[in-house]
Design a protein around this ligand. Structure first.
Ligand SMILES: *[C@@H]1O[C@H](CO)[C@@H](O)[C@H](O)[C@H]1NC(C)=O
Ligand SMILES: *[C@@H]1O[C@H](CO)[C@@H](O)[C@H](O)[C@H]1NC(C)=O
Ligand SMILES: *[C@@H]1O[C@H](CO)[C@@H](O)[C@H](O)[C@H]1NC(C)=O
Ligand SMILES: *[C@@H]1O[C@H](CO)[C@@H](O)[C@H](O)[C@H]1NC(C)=O
Ligand SMILES: *[C@@H]1O[C@H](CO)[C@@H](O)[C@H](O)[C@H]1NC(C)=O
Ligand SMILES: *[C@@H]1O[C@H](CO)[C@@H](O)[C@H](O)[C@H]1NC(C)=O
Ligand SMILES: *[C@@H]1O[C@H](CO)[C@@H](O)[C@H](O)[C@H]1NC(C)=O
Ligand SMILES: CC(=O)N[C@H]1CO[C@H](CO)[C@@H](O)[C@@H]1O
Length: 688
């Protein structure tokens, strides 16, 4: 556990006066609050680039793109009102701890030494249960108990603003209040629905639900933010009034509130549960084998109505908590066994962000996982973004990997992509999976052919699904032909690190192609194409022998792979070597692994090993890939640097994967909230 007196650093902020919080397992750059899909993605900024140091009370929660999604929490203790979330103006509670796990962010608050609050934000991850995983909902549970042995009169309040329903604050919102069974809800939505559209990255369609249990002491109200909050602060109850003056989000800011009267609270904790979520009947438009058309959200396959889905989710809290704790404990046990809590700080911060970029669609018989390339360009199912994420998908459930490749296979096997290499992505703008019928997608041919072959074998091995390899054999062969032609001397082209520019003869890119050719040899073998297997394997071995002369500087001290063939003064993270180990190919000699492992510790900057010699920036996912296949000592040094970075980076938004190794800050590319953080799980799949 790390102790930080952040009150000193941000002492000018009301939130932090007198407040010091512990942060465990690290002080993250941003805290995931409700993170479940590309549109349910609300965070608390922490890093000094714009955050308040990690205090829930004193700044507004934000959508990943940086606009406020108004979410306010108040508590009245013995008649005095305090703020526990957001910045509505009243005195803030004192935060004493923040702990995060893979599914939860838990804040502990001290209120006037009278009561303690445990505030848990839980965004469920249930990899083996797609009914639950399909729901775009998140929990907020507030637990209160007496701290001083005396009983205290306590009321808890929470509201959301209409900022959740659109990225345009002048948009007209509409809302209603209702109950279903013993659940009370506010339903809030864009009055004019704009299906499949985004404004400032927020989704402009569907209905938002904000719900709690109906209990004798529960009241509700919608209306202007200041009015509703003042009502609670002065009285402890709400009026049950519904404002029907539907208006712009920013016009006398309408908020949707619940208050819960907990009565006299003793040392036995009493809790109030809230649920927040988004229902969209159709979540993407998709060009598969048939014509481009809307595709239903997967939750529609399990629930007849939105209220049924809401009801199931809200009432499932206890079971969901058990499932989430099981997942949290699995990640914690596996991560700490490999790299201690330093490494756990990285994996447990990445799980919600990874799946929070995805959306399950379709039916039980035809299911797809769509992924948004958040912040870098919004592409769907970008193959070289799936590749860094593949360790997480494989670790949690290989079925995820199959479902995310499904649209790419279906579209290309229907003959809709005209190029002979693998398509870069399923569409330029999430949620429109248009494919690229004209073949003018971003050109990353060697990278994507290699990625598809490698990920296909990775899935089939883990799921023991040889039929899958047979089914896709023709297209895999076509891509391998491309690799055979291009992998030995890669033309001047970009790799996945396109922000670093194009380069000819990239050592690491060539290696990916060669490993993929050997992976194809295994695929051929397993599907009974023994002649192909022998041929591909002999080509891969021939290439890898040549590569060791072309791509390694043997005269350097210590020797290491170069960034590009023959450039003795260059080096880079040789992260594509990972697949050779993960797939158990044994194509690349162990001496290459050892060279790299000996080399990285000689080029550490403050916050890690640079991506390559062109820049001082690096990637956290690729460092995790190289850590996975390094010696125990090098691996723990990489984890130490990553931990130091997470714990002190000034970056303030959902974890960036691209940062400067000297300052720990953003680069000009300014990535955040990207699913590539799934790559932080890479070491968990490889047992050195
Ligand atoms: C927060 O802590 C400070 C310093 O101990 C104290 O002065 C203040 O009253 C506390 N505020 C609350 C709401 O407990
Ligand atoms: C908060 O959580 C801690 C640790 O689990 C527990 O000891 C404490 O009783 C909880 N307090 C409340 C108010 O729920
Ligand atoms: C998706 O396509 C629809 C038209 O079908 C368009 O209105 C919408 O703006 C597109 N979405 C994005 C994010 O480009
Ligand atoms: C081996 O594969 C290469 C590249 O695909 C092909 O050109 C060659 O004909 C194959 N050789 C045999 C014997 O199949
Ligand atoms: C790639 O490397 C080979 C071998 O050193 C060289 O012959 C070739 O010109 C290089 N290609 C480019 C595009 O620089
Ligand atoms: C293919 O299978 C044969 C027989 O099991 C084995 O000897 C050979 O090494 C395999 N080749 C590859 C590339 O896996
Ligand atoms: C070799 O790599 C270094 C560092 O990336 C670069 O500055 C230099 O231009 C490269 N030299 C050649 C000849 O490409
Ligand atoms: C104006 C108002 O809302 N007054 C309420 C204050 O709270 C009590 C119960 O605690 C209600 O009875 C009042 O109607």
């Amino acid at each position: 556990m790390q102790l930080y007196n952040l009150g000193l650093l941000v002492g000018s902020l009301v939130a932090s006066v007198g407040a010091t919080s512990t942060f465990s397992p690290a002080r993250p750059p941003a805290v995931p609050l409700a993170v479940k899909s590309p549109y349910l993605s609300t965070w608390l900024d922490v890093g000094s680039d714009g955050g308040d140091g990690g205090y829930l009370a004193g700044e507004w929660p934000k959508f990943w793109e940086n606009q406020v999604t108004g979410w306010c929490g108040l508590v009245r203790v013995d008649g005095i009102a305090y703020t526990w979330m957001g910045l509505p103006g009243s005195t803030t509670v004192n935060q004493t701890a923040l702990e995060y796990t893979s599914t939860k962010s838990i804040f502990t608050m001290n209120v006037a030494d009278a009561v303690e609050m445990n505030i848990t934000f839980m965004s469920p991850i249930t990899p083996d249960d797609f009914t639950r995983q399909s729901l775009v909902f998140s929990y907020l549970n507030v637990e209160v108990s007496s701290l001083d042995g005396k009983a205290h009169e306590v009321q808890v309040y929470a509201d959301i603003s209409a900022e959740w329903v659109s990225g345009d604050r002048s948009t007209i919102a509409q809302w209603e209040y209702g109950t279903t069974g013993d659940i009370a809800y506010h339903k809030v939505y864009r009055q004019t629905q704009l299906a499949f559209s985004e404004v400032n990255q927020q989704g402009e369609w569907g209905n938002w639900y904000w719900a709690t249990d109906v209990a004798s002491g529960t009241t509700h109200q919608s209306g202007e933010d200041t009015v509703v909050r003042a009502q609670f602060s002065s009285n402890g109850t709400l009026t049950n009034g519904v404002d029907t003056n539907y208006r712009a989000i920013q016009d006398e800011w309408p908020v949707f509130a619940f208050a819960s009267n907990l009565g006299s609270v003793s040392s036995t904790p009493v809790s109030t549960l809230f649920s927040i979520g988004l229902t969209q009947d159709e979540a993407v438009q998709y060009e598969g084998a048939s014509a481009y058309a809307p595709l239903q959200s997967l939750w529609k396959a399990y629930f007849d109505t939105e209220l049924e889905a809401l009801s199931y989710f809200h009432k499932d809290f206890s079971e969901a908590s058990t499932l989430c704790s099981t997942f949290d404990n699995q990640v914690a046990a596996d991560s700490t066994a490999l790299g201690g809590t330093d490494y756990l700080a990285l994996t447990s911060l990445s799980a919600r962000q990874m799946l929070g970029a995805t959306q399950l669609c379709g039916t039980e018989d035809a299911m797809y996982l769509f992924m948004k390339e958040i912040s870098s360009d919004g592409n769907l199912n970008t193959v070289d973004v799936m590749f860094p994420a593949y360790p997480f998908l494989l670790y949690t459930n290989p079925e995820f990997l199959k479902l995310i490749m499904a649209p790419l296979y279906e579209n290309q096997e229907a003959g809709k992509y005209p190029n002979d290499w693998a398509m870069h992505d399923m569409g330029s703008n999430y949620p429109n999976a248009t494919g690229h019928n004209a073949g003018n997608d971003e050109k990353m041919p060697l990278e994507e052919c290699g990625n598809m072959v490698i990920m296909t074998l990775a899935y089939a091995q883990k799921a023991k699904d040889t039929d899958y390899l047979s089914k896709h054999y023709d297209l895999l062969s076509q891509w391998t032909e491309y690799l055979v032609a291009e992998a030995l001397y890669p033309a001047n082209q970009i790799s996945t690190d396109d922000f670093a520019g194009s380069l000819a003869n990239q050592t690491n890119l060539a290696l990916k192609g060669m490993i993929a050719i050997e992976a194809m040899a295994v695929i051929a073998n397993e599907t009974g194409h023994t002649a192909d297997a022998a041929n591909y394997s002999s080509i891969a071995h021939d290439y890898i022998t040549k590569w060791q002369t072309l791509g390694i500087n043997h005269d350097a001290s210590p020797p290491h792979a170069t960034l590009s063939y023959g450039n003795a003064s260059s080096h880079g993270l040789l992260y594509n070597l990972y697949a050779d180990a993960q797939l158990g190919l044994g194509l690349v000699p162990q001496s290459v692994y050892q060279k790299q492992s000996n080399f990285y510790p000689t080029v550490f900057n403050t916050y890690g090993v640079p991506l390559d010699t062109r820049h001082t920036y690096t990637k956290s996912d690729w460092q995790s890939f190289v850590a996975a296949i390094a010696s125990t000592s090098t691996r723990s040094q990489i984890f130490d640097h990553l931990f130091a970075w997470i714990n002190s980076t000034p970056t303030n938004k959902a974890l960036t994967d691209l940062y400067d190794t000297l300052t720990g800050d953003y680069t000009s590319a300014n990535f955040f909230a990207r699913p590539v953080v799934g790559g932080h799980f890479a070491p968990l799949l490889v047992t050195a």
